[in-house]
Design a protein around this ligand. Structure first.
Ligand SMILES: [Zn+2]
Length: 235
């Protein structure tokens, strides 16, 4: 029987590489994309395209209350003390919520592996991307679900030992179409080039000495998003 996994797919680089990694290992993948209000339409659409390209079923889940701390408070000083030094794109208890949503579908679909795309850089800023958190939540879900009691339910992050550059390197090897991924935290048509998402992406491609296919597509007028918008504007 084919191995099955639920993948949390955002449309960013890490989860796209995780998707292609699972496919290369012959996994039957069901992808879950979490729609929260601050998430840009281009990123949502990226997840849809990546799923389509890999023949992967995509389940979109709306979580309307979920916000990043930059949206919850106007500035650092307003934040409660324990969140003052938190990364601006922190979402309170993000992965506790998202893993629980994935466990809901794991139980329904009879799948006992949940895959998250976290990389080694994430653990510096987000406590809910740590190995220990995954280990303990896997234990809790194994005890607390029927699929867990039958087969064990594990949350794994196969890219967690790789930094962003190594993730991109692996993605290039796996043939990930990076022009369909989106890393910018802003909801523009083109990457802003300034936010932490854009900078981390740029650094990774620069370190490998490889041109970012998204940047190339934009520069040559072949960017799928802009082409799609143009065709929608046609009478
Ligand atoms: Zn950006």
């Amino acid at each position: 029987m084919k191995k099955r996994a639920i993948l949390l797919l955002s449309g960013g680089i890490d989860s796209a590489v995780a998707l292609y990694l699972l496919k290369s290992r012959n996994y039957d993948v069901v992808a879950i994309s979490i729609n929260y209000p601050g998430r840009g339409e281009r990123e949502r659409e990226s997840a849809r395209i990546l799923a389509k390209l890999t023949n992967t079923r995509l389940i979109e889940v709306d979580i309307p209350f979920m916000k990043e701390i930059v949206e919850l408070w106007n500035n650092k000083e307003e934040r409660p003390e324990h969140l003052r030094d938190a990364h601006p794109s922190t979402i309170p208890a993000r992965n506790a919520i998202i893993y629980a949503v994935a466990a809901y579908y794991a139980e329904i679909l009879g799948i006992n592996i949940i895959v998250a795309g976290h990389n080694a850089d994430d653990t510096k800023y987000f406590p809910d991307t740590s190995r220990m958190f995954r280990k303990i939540i896997s234990r809790a879900l194994t005890i607390g679900t029927h699929i867990g009691k039958t087969k064990g339910l594990r949350v794994i992050a196969p890219l967690s030992k790789l930094n962003k550059t190594e993730v991109v390197k692996l993605g290039l090897k796996l043939g990930v179409p990076f022009e369909y991924t989106w890393s910018c935290h802003n909801n523009y048509d083109k990457p802003c080039g300034q936010c932490s998402g854009c900078l981390a992406r740029k650094r990774a491609f620069d370190e490998l000495g490889v041109k970012d296919p998204l940047e190339e597509a934009i520069n040559s007028g072949r960017d799928w998003w802009l082409l799609k918008k143009k065709s929608l504007l046609k009478p």
